[in-house]
Every structure is written in structure tokens, then in C-alpha cells.
Design a protein around this ligand. Structure first.
Ligand SMILES: C[S@@+](CC[C@H](N)C(=O)[O-])C[C@H]1O[C@@H](n2cnc3c(N)ncnc32)[C@H](O)[C@@H]1O
Length: 191
């Protein structure tokens, strides 16, 4: 069964950081399995068309069957057994904020008026690309307990300055999952 990963874009603009993360997501799940919703601006549509299918409408208007919203505030955790029954996984296109302001709940979950499941993937906040990677692993049959994570990663900008990203990252071969392009971007802008 084909499963679609949906990102409801909820940032006021499609900034460089966000676009780099979306590119990374398109690589993780492939263009044919990725939808972007709530894309109002034509310039943004053009950019995102290269990465997935683009909708101007919010996902709340699509009336999807068998969907699951990934919301850190949900009380239930997604497990491999049930994950196969969902056709759509819906994520907030929201940059991390610390402490979290429950934006997924307020700006996404509470706006959906079709029947949908709501699940968390642990208590810690992940970046959208890591959340998508995690769900992809769960769908493949790997439970959260079998995955390795690192909470907070540090990016060395120069000899003096290090930036901490206080989110949960998947560890792949003991390395946190973050795109090289994003690390480059952070190093350039935080100098
Ligand atoms: C960087 S998170 C934004 C979280 C936001 N600060 C909040 O408090 O809702 C981006 C998206 O990844 C998904 N996500 C991240 N961590 C999650 C978790 N622990 N459980 C469920 N979904 C998560 C959600 O879909 C969320 O909207």
C-alpha cells in the first residue's frame, strides 16, 4: 500500500532553513510519496514542486481517509503494527522552538475536521525531517524502543562559538541525522 507523507506548511514564510529541511525530507521519502499543503505563494509552489506534490489548500480541507497526525501532544504512541493501516501521515511544517509552544496542536490538530488518528513518536521534540524518518522506520516495522536517538546536537561554528540544537535526532551509524546542507547553512549564518 502506498503511504503518503504530508507536510502542512505552517511557517509564515518558506525560509532557507525550512526549504533545506523539506529537500532532505523529499530525499528520505521520495518525491512521489510527499505532499506539501497550505502553500499560498506561487514562488514557494515552484520551489516545492521539485520536491513533492503541492496544494494551496490546507490539509484540513482535503477530507482524507485513514490518516494519522503526528502531534507531540497526543497521548498515544504510533506503533509498527497499526502503522500499516494508515494511508496518510500528517506533519506540521513547523521549525523547532524551545520550549515547544504546542503549535502542532493549536495550528494543525485542532483545525482538522475529518476523522483522523493522532499519535506521538515519543515525548521529545524532533525536527520535521527526523519525525518523518522515524515514522518511516516505524512503518517498516521498527518500534521506537529499537531506534537510537540523541537529544540535542552541537554544531561548532568556530573556535569560540558552538550552537546547540535542543531537539531529538535519529542516530544512524552513531551519527545524528541532519542534512549536510543545513549544517553548512547554520555555519554560514551564525558566523
Ligand atoms: C519541529 S516539530 C514542531 C513542534 C512544535 N514545537 C510543537 O510544539 O508542536 C515539527 C513537526 O514534527 C512532528 N513531530 C516532532 N516531534 C514529534 C513527536 N515527539 N511526536 C509527534 N510528532 C512529532 C510534528 O508533526 C511537528 O508538527
Amino acid at each position: 500500500m502506498k503511504q503518503i507523507f504530508i507536510i502542512e506548511h505552517l511557517e509564515p514564510e518558506l525560509g532557507k532553513w525550512c526549504l533545506i529541511e523539506y529537500k532532505h525530507i523529499s530525499k528520505i521519502v521520495r518525491k512521489s510519496n510527499l505532499w506539501f499543503t497550505n502553500i499560498k505563494n506561487n514562488k514557494d509552489k515552484k520551489k516545492l514542486n521539485k520536491l513533492g506534490k503541492v496544494f494551496s489548500e490546507s490539509v484540513s480541507r482535503l477530507n482524507l481517509k485513514n490518516s494519522c497526525i503526528l502531534d507531540p501532544e497526543s497521548s498515544k504512541t504510533l506503533n509498527p503494527k497499526e502503522s500499516g493501516k494508515f494511508n496518510y501521515f500528517i506533519f506540521g511544517g513547523i521549525l523547532g522552538d524551545y520550549p515547544p509552544r504546542k503549535r502542532t496542536k493549536h495550528e494543525l490538530t485542532s483545525k482538522i475536521n475529518f476523522k483522523t488518528a493522532k499519535r506521538n513518536i515519543g515525548k521529545e521534540q524532533m525536527s520535521t525531517d527526523n519525525a518523518i524518518y522515524t515514522v518511516k522506520q516505524i512503518v517498516k516495522g521498527k518500534g521506537l524502543k529499537k531506534m537510537k536517538f540523541q537529544d540535542t546536537i552541537s554544531i561548532k561554528i568556530n573556535k569560540i562559538l558552538t550552537i546547540d540544537l535542543p531537539y531529538r535526532y535519529n542516530l544512524i551509524k552513531n551519527k545524528p541525522l541532519i542534512s549536510r546542507e543545513l549544517v553548512k547553512h547554520i555555519k554560514k549564518t551564525e558566523k
